[in-house]
Design a protein around this ligand. Structure first.
Ligand SMILES: C[S@@+](CC[C@H](N)C(=O)[O-])C[C@H]1O[C@@H](n2cnc3c(N)ncnc32)[C@H](O)[C@@H]1O
Length: 244
């Protein structure tokens, strides 16, 4: 799988699906579980929320939301990698959440949903893999209700100089080495490191969110900035009317 392109990423995730959860755990030193739960605490207020989890993979975010957030009604998870979704379906069954979580094969760049169907959209470690980041954000905004919220969890790069050096070594050596050891796909984890390096994190990403039309954009850094949660909203009707 040499020279992986972003448009090939669902094929890549199909290939590593069986080891994906374990690798995630090892490569994040176990912190990914807490990060996904933290994401859930940033959902908007309200009851029976309809949530869309984009690039849901093996459904860890969907499951965390349905298990731990009382205000979540239904979660729809979409992904293009069928193997990741299959493993997700097994986990959803195991937690007896089939009545509240629906997993569907769909492209984040052309979501098969009508406008304004969801109160919240979540994306964890997914946007980095999209061939068109802006289009993915525009689609997420389109399906959000007025005042609805998007919450994005994505890798970023620490600002502290010592953490930055550690992080660079981690990306250059540790990620490909452990990835290759456990999956046999060196290029897959070289790809992972490259997408982390290339992602427009921090203020750059917040600017892109505003350009797409989101408002109230903010972020929370995790693990010295190795990951960041971005929160933004689709403008509510009242504010739209005031602005025009
Ligand atoms: C790193 S995994 C993240 C999975 C999960 N959200 C998590 O937190 O572990 C990235 C996922 O993005 C999916 N993906 C990539 N491009 C996509 C697209 N255009 N539409 C939907 N999913 C996509 C891949 O198939 C893969 O499952």
């Amino acid at each position: 799988m040499a020279g992986v392109r972003k448009s090939d990423s669902p094929r890549l995730f199909n290939a590593i699906a069986k080891r994906y959860d374990l690798l995630n755990y090892i490569l994040s030193f176990g912190m990914d579980i807490g990060w996904r739960r933290r994401l859930g605490t940033l959902l908007p207020a309200g009851k029976g929320l309809r949530v869309l989890d984009i690039a849901t993979g093996t459904a860890d975010v969907a499951i965390a939301l349905a298990r731990f957030q009382d205000n979540v009604g239904e979660v729809t998870g979409v992904d293009l990698a069928e193997e990741m979704l299959s493993l997700g379906r097994v986990k959803v069954e195991r937690y007896e959440l089939s009545g509240r979580i629906r997993l569907k094969k769909a492209d984040a760049l052309a979501l098969p949903f009508q406008d304004k169907m969801f109160d919240a959209v979540t994306v964890s470690f997914g946007l980095r893999n999209m061939p068109d980041l802006v289009k993915a954000l525009m689609e997420a905004r389109r399906v959000l209700t007025d005042g609805g919220r998007i919450i994005v969890l994505e890798f970023s790069r620490p600002s502290n100089i010592f953490m930055r050096i550690f992080h660079a070594v981690y990306l250059l050596w540790f990620v490909p080495a452990i990835g290759c050891l456990l999956t046999g796909h060196l290029s897959a984890y070289g790809y992972l490191a490259k997408t982390v390096r290339d992602f427009p994190y921090g203020d750059r990403f917040k600017r892109i969110m505003r350009q797409v039309g989101f408002v109230n954009v903010s972020c929370v850094e995790l693990a010295f900035g190795a990951a960041t949660i971005y929160i933004a909203e689709r403008q509510s009707k009242v504010r739209d009317a005031r602005a025009s």
